[in-house]
Design a protein around this ligand. Structure first.
Ligand code: PLP
Length: 379
């Protein structure tokens, strides 16, 4: 039987050997980073070394990196801090991850949606006009705009948005969870006031992430406790996860070979009517979001899974259910939202993996096309 093909890196990346080795090493070191004895100091050294690596990955000052339990918590820390600092109205882009959208909605303040174009790019004219008309009674404007979308891979004009937000005296939160490891990130040059990343999207372990904050962001305490993370997040640090995160973050971003293989696969699918989402926009090199009219996402995902090729339908959600993608709906592609799949490669993906995907996909497509063909029609 042929080997399984994993093309779902945007859901979670395969763990890098360097990260696995760092986790194993941290297990051996043991120790609580808050203890003053030798074992504690050794654990503290691992945490601080990892903090330096994560800070370097996003070009942030080391002292501004707060470790969290993942991208979800990092996003929540940013949003809750903005609300605690007085934000009464949050602007959240239509394509944000649920961890941003749902956290914003749960704050008990007004939430507005920053629309996107058909290519999935944030509409900055809308943002400019909205910020110009801002009512000071709504407090400091808060805007959440991700760096790259998890479903389409479309890269957002964050630096331009930051200029608008800054001119309005606002706070820009950038979810860089999908962009990290796939493109260079300079959080300060981008103009982010807060920026979140997650280890498991870059080949580190699951359950660890980080938030960096700039001088204009007033961070609040998310978790009370023993004063860890400079008092911003109590609780004994996840030394294993943080060590693995640091190791993965230390691996430089190199040109992604997936890009050419992805485009070749896309061209073949397009030849039978598939539509590439965000094709005209700048995109992450590893991501293909492709919709096939009249071929439901779940049929594609399950058919490919039977052929031992793993992809996903829209963003993976915790229930494992396949639901029509709100991201594609926001792009005005609602008709195709139920027919889209996301194929995403990573650091150990090969050209052969993409070819296997294409072959398996054509089998699924052919099977369903045959079923749709009216009785008596010519083959
Ligand atoms: N933000 C984006 C864009 C994501 O794709 C994800 C995960 O899918 C998250 C946040 C959540 O990160 P985590 O799984 O580390 O909580």
């Amino acid at each position: 039987m042929s080997q399984a093909v994993y093309l779902d890196y945007n859901a979670t990346a395969r763990v890098r050997p360097e990260a696995a080795a760092a986790v194993a090493h941290a297990l051996e070191v043991g120790g609580n980073p808050s203890s003053v004895h030798a074992a504690g100091r050794a654990a503290r050294a691992l945490v601080e070394q990892a903090r330096e690596a994560v800070a370097a990955m996003i070009a942030a000052p080391v002292s501004t990196v707060i470790f969290t339990s993942g991208g979800t918590e990092a996003n929540a820390l940013a949003i809750e801090s903005a609300v605690a600092a007085g934000a009464r109205r949050l602007i959240v882009s239509a394509i944000e991850h649920d961890s941003v959208r749902e956290t914003a909605r749960a704050q008990g303040v007004a939430v507005e949606t920053l629309p996107v174009t058909r290519d999935g790019i944030a509409d900055l004219d809308w943002l400019r006009a909205r910020l110009r008309a801002w009512d000071p009674a709504d407090g400091q404007p808060f805007v959440a705009l991700m760096l790259a979308n998890n479903e389409t891979g479309v890269i957002q004009p964050v630096a331009e948005a930051a200029e608008l937000v800054r001119a309005a005296g606002g706070w820009l939160h950038v979810d860089a969870v999908q962009a990290a490891g796939k493109m260079p990130i300079d959080s300060r040059a981008l103009g982010a006031d807060t920026l979140s990343v997650s280890a498991h999207k870059i080949g580190g372990p699951q359950g660890v992430g980080a938030l960096t904050f700039g001088p204009r962001a007033t961070m609040s305490r998310r978790q009370h406790g023993g004063g860890q993370e400079r008092g911003r997040r109590g609780g004994t640090e996840n030394v294993l996860g943080i060590s693995g995160f640091g190791a993965a973050a230390s691996i430089p971003v190199s040109p992604d070979r997936n890009s050419a293989w992805r485009d070749a696969a896309a061209a073949r699918l397009k030849s039978v009517g598939a539509v590439i989402m965000g094709e005209a926009a700048p995109r992450l090199a590893n991501t293909l979001c492709v919709a096939t009219p009249e071929l439901a996402s779940d049929l594609q995902v399950m058919g490919l899974d039977l052929a031992r090729v793993m992809v996903s339908a829209g963003s993976a959600c915790s229930s494992g259910k396949v639901k029509a993608s709100p991201v594609l709906q926001a792009m005005g592609q609602g008709d195709l939202a139920g027919c889209a799949i996301r194929v995403s490669g990573g650091w150990d993906t090969t050209e052969g993996d993409w070819n296997r995907f294409v072959e398996a996909w054509f089998e699924v497509h052919g099977r369903h096309a045959a079923r749709r063909r009216p009785v008596g029609a010519n083959a």
